[in-house]
Design a protein around this ligand. Structure first.
Ligand code: 1GP
Length: 251
């Protein structure tokens, strides 16, 4: 199941190297701005592209992934809002189980339905404990998932959820305040969760300033994901990547 990309994530974690991922929502890009995003990402040393969205209404997913493949070697990881967002043109798939919610369908139900299709895709499958943290406003993910996010100040709940996810076999934990969150996840929560698990920790949702990306990494995040802020200002890619990569590597 897990191989190349997951190995690179764990190796980077062991070395204390932080990664920066640009989130691309196929509904919000065109060939023209994709080319610009790819160029800026290559120049900035972006580590991964996460591709997906809560809805993905357009049929641009395959094309968008092919365009990335054609123009650069940055690995593409699917971040699907539903099983229909599986594409053979990606390198890997975040196989998400919404462990912060109590919606059986998103914990296991949709996985059962799509299992043969996902297996046949040939993608590298990365089992991921997905935790939605309250970001101060209802986001698409909180609405679509029909599940209550973890309150932003309940660090212990986040910590225990991540620990349980890891013990259940999840290879990654992704804490997300939701796209366009008003409040990003606190460094305090990131620090507590990061100390209680050994698998790589992905953090996203509402990160709009490079300084916050840096502080999140210092607190223990291994991968920082930014989507919305980059859609608004693609030039932010350079500053975000520089901030994440400036975190000192462990001696
Ligand atoms: C959302 O974590 C991602 O699922 C990124 O959030 O779009 O707010 O950067 P933003």
């Amino acid at each position: 199941m897990t191989k190349g990309i997951y190995n690179s994530l764990t190796e980077r974690k062991q070395l204390g190297k932080k990664s920066f991922a640009v989130l691309i929502d196929p509904d919000k890009v065109t060939d023209d701005n994709m080319e610009q995003l790819i160029q800026l990402s290559v120049a900035a040393g972006v580590d991964y592209f996460l591709v997906g969205g809560s809805l993905v209404i357009s049929s641009y997913l395959d094309e968008c992934l092919q365009l990335i493949k054609k123009n650069c070697s940055i690995p593409t990881i699917l971040f699907p809002g539903s099983p229909s967002q599986v594409s053979k043109y990606a390198d890997a798939l975040l196989y998400l189980s919404l462990i912060s919610g109590r919606n059986a369908d998103l914990l296991i139900g949709q996985h059962v339905i799509s299992a043969p299709f996902v297996k046949q895709s040939g993608l590298e499958i990365m089992p991921t404990g997905y935790m939605v943290i309250d970001g101060g406003a209802p986001t698409t993910v909180s609405y679509i998932s029909n599940a209550t996010p973890i309150p932003s100040d309940k660090n212990e709940i986040a910590m225990c959820t991540a620990m349980a996810g890891e013990m259940l076999g999840m290879k990654l934990i992704y804490m997300d305040a939701g796209s366009g969150a008003k409040r990003a996840i606190t460094e305090d929560m990131i620090a507590k969760v990061s100390k209680s698990i050994d698998v790589p920790l992905i953090i996203g949702g509402g990160i709009i300033e490079p300084e916050k990306a840096y502080l999140n990494c210092k607190a223990g995040a291994d991968v920082i994901v930014v989507g919305n802020a980059i859609e608004k200002d693609p030039n932010l890619i350079k500053e975000m990547a520089a901030a994440v990569h400036s975190v000192p590597v462990k001696a």
